[in-house]
Design a protein around this ligand. Structure first.
Ligand code: MBD
Ligand code: FE
Length: 279
């Protein structure tokens, strides 16, 4: 009998921060642009302080909360929930293929490589209704893209992600699927549950103090790549799913909703095709 720790805000936050720090980030932003952006950010904040008559106690609480966010490792969570969708909308302006959505804090690179027809790695007793997700990766002219890969990662039936919850084996419900010569794939997985922002950390406290709700609708995360094409990072949701209309992360789009239906075998099935812009 093994004991398993239950997931905590500080645990998933720290894991997300450690994972992010392994990326080497740079942006080549020239000083004039740094200055222009910083000036506008500071001006916007000055406007808010003035407009609301922000008090010294409120300023000190903000300072404490910012320190807490760092100490819990929740900067990736807070930023991806509240700001990433704005960056995503700007980044994909003018793009013609499948709509993007935010990556979020729980992507892990180098997930196990799987053949075009496969089952995502899962526990022997993985809870959740089976879901078969199939489709084709194509270019803007409708040509199937051999050599495409579909990286898929999602939460389990309790809304937890492997690598960010201590009781789930690494690699669970994550895979890099290599599409066939025509860009087709057929992946068997389970239906994920909605995701709740941990309520025992500073992102959750912030949401509670504001009287908001901490939920994201059930979703699949995808990163679809093909040679010479622009990589698309997106998410797919489920028709009539709870929180679709009021995702805390503002990351749903009407084009990204699946409507699985039971097949002749009684197993839920859905088709979704990805269209990639040129790189
Ligand atoms: C998630 O699962 C997620 O997808 C995002 C964007 C933010 C927090 C948790
Ligand atoms: Fe997610």
């Amino acid at each position: 009998m093994t004991t398993s720790e239950s997931p905590t805000a500080v645990g998933s936050g720290t894991a997300a921060t450690d994972k992010f720090l392994q990326e080497r980030v740079s942006a080549d932003t020239p000083p004039e642009r740094v200055s222009a952006i910083a000036k506008d950010v500071l001006e916007a904040l000055a406007g808010v302080i003035d407009k609301h008559g922000v008090t010294y106690s409120e300023y000190r609480v903000l300072k404490q909360w910012l320190i807490d966010i760092g100490q819990f490792g929740e900067w990736p969570l807070w930023l991806d929930v509240f700001l990433e969708h704005n960056v995503e909308e700007v980044a994909y302006r003018g793009q013609h293929g499948t709509k993007g959505s935010i990556e979020g804090p729980y992507y892990v690179a180098d997930a196990k490589t799987l053949p075009s027809k496969c089952e995502l790695p899962m526990r022997d007793n993985e809870v959740g209704s089976k879901l078969v997700f199939e489709g084709q990766v194509r270019d803007l002219d409708g040509k199937g893209l051999g050599g495409a890969t579909v990286e898929l990662w999602h939460a389990d039936d309790e809304g937890y992600y492997s690598h960010f919850a201590p009781h789930i084996p690494d690699g669970n419900l994550r895979g890099t699927i290599v599409a066939d010569g025509e860009g087709r794939f057929e992946i068997t997985t389970i239906q994920p549950a909605p995701y709740q922002i941990p309520t025992d950390g500073p992102t959750g406290w912030f949401i509670e103090k504001a009287g908001w709700h901490p939920w994201r609708p059930a979703h699949l995360h995808l990163m679809v790549k093909a040679p010479g094409k622009r990589t698309i990072t997106t998410q797919l949701y489920f028709k009539d799913g709870e929180w679709i209309e009021n995702d805390v992360a503002t990351a749903t789009k009407p084009e990204l909703i699946l409507d699985p239906k039971p097949g002749v075998d009684g197993i839920n099935r859905v088709t979704y095709d990805f269209v990639l812009d040129p790189a």
